[in-house]
Design a protein around this ligand. Structure first.
Ligand code: ACO
Length: 325
């Protein structure tokens, strides 16, 4: 099997900033409640004429430039999202066309907040086996399009953005192990009920606000801590490493209290955790990758470092990955 690593990173965050104080005018909430319960201060909101593909394309271009590759060098594009431009065709196809990535196969995957780790793992298999040489892995979301701006339980948590990585064969380091999992029995804790074949769009579904994300956050909280801790333990064990070997943990950014609880259980000190939730909130598939991209850009990830990605989301699904940078 070939050694596979990340050779270029990029991101795109929409310009519009929505602060907690802005939300105080929309729902019965306070800046203080949001910061202390979640760690979020503000989030980005895409404009009405920006769809997920628009965010993804910008992040992808930056990643390709960083990798010094042309779109024509790509063999595969995997886009993780739960808010694609439309049910079909895949948003990855739209990105493939916009980039003129003529030689690339393209597909979307749906694994919510664990979407980037799932997508990275799929790309790794294709390259490790020698089937493909270069893959573009994107996590992009416009969660503002499925946010119920009347529901204070969810609207304070979510944001829009995109991150991308170019994944290729590397000579040293790279992805050391990945661990993915799912427990579909708890799917009712986090979902968007209408708009699919189970409950197609109708006047009734719109009137009853069924096209918005629904979440039972308090119940999810405990499962998130347990699942992310377990996934981190498994993936490190598979890599033959311990928590002392980890230089930086880059987790999915749903809630800083979840992240700190996971790190405490694992015995990873706070200075080894990368957090950017205060700027962006929870961007589902885009969160882990954007955090990784920013950690790299800020110099928090250096050559030879061991980086642990750890994510959890709707499904319920979880995914962790150990990368030697
Ligand atoms: N402002 C003020 N009060 C609020 C707000 C708000 N925005 N939202 C809820 N409250 C109130 C509730 O109504 C409740 O009031 P009550 O006690 O009078 O009933 C009180 O605050 C406490 O509510 P809880 O839900 O118990 O608050 P909690 O501390 O659990 O925080 C949160 C809620 C932030 C949602 C947290 O549970 C969480 O982060 N859960 C996990 C989210 C997650 O991991 N999701 C998976 C990934 S996301 C994805 O896949 C898209």
């Amino acid at each position: 099997m070939r050694r596979v690593g990340i050779i270029g990173v990029g991101e795109y965050l929409p310009d519009k900033v929505l602060t907690n104080h802005d939300l105080e005018k929309l729902v019965d909430t306070t800046d203080e409640w949001i910061i202390t319960r979640t760690g979020i201060k503000e989030r980005r909101i895409a404009s009405d004429n920006e769809a997920v593909s628009d965010l993804a394309i910008k992040a992808a271009r930056e990643a390709l430039e960083d990798a010094k590759l042309a779109p024509q060098d790509l063999d595969l594009i995997i886009l993780a999202t739960v808010t694609g431009d439309m049910p079909f065709p895949s948003t990855a196809s739209i990105v493939q066309n916009a980039l003129s990535a003529k030689h690339a196969a393209a597909l979307d995957i749906s694994a919510a907040c664990a979407g980037f780790v799932y997508a990275l793992s799929i790309a790794q298999q294709f390259i490790a086996s020698g089937t493909y040489k270069n893959a573009l892995v994107i996590g992009a979301e416009k969660l503002s399009a499925v946010t119920d701006w009347k529901d204070r339980n969810t609207c304070v948590l979510l944001g829009d953005g995109a991150g991308a990585c170019v994944v290729s064969e590397v000579k040293e380091g790279g992805i050391l192990s990945t661990y993915l999992g799912c427990d579909g029995s708890n799917m009712e804790l986090l979902n968007m009920p209408a708009g699919g074949s189970r409950m197609p769009a109708s006047h009734e579904t719109v009137d009853s606000r069924m096209h918005y994300l629904k979440m039972r956050g308090n119940e999810l909280f405990k499962i998130a801590v347990k699942s992310m801790t377990m996934a981190a333990e498994k993936v490190l064990e598979q890599a033959g490493l311990t928590f002392r070997d980890v230089d930086l943990i880059v987790p999915h950014q749903a809630n800083s209290r979840i992240i700190l609880a996971v790190a405490k259980k694992l015995g990873i000190p706070e200075d080894k955790i990368y957090l950017n939730i205060e700027k962006y909130g929870n961007m589902s598939s885009a969160s882990t990758v954007t955090a990784l991209v920013e950690a790299v850009k800020e110099g928090r990830v250096k050559k030879g470092d061991i980086v642990l990605l750890d994510a959890f989301g709707a499904g319920l699904v979880w995914g962790a990955c150990v990368i030697k940078w």
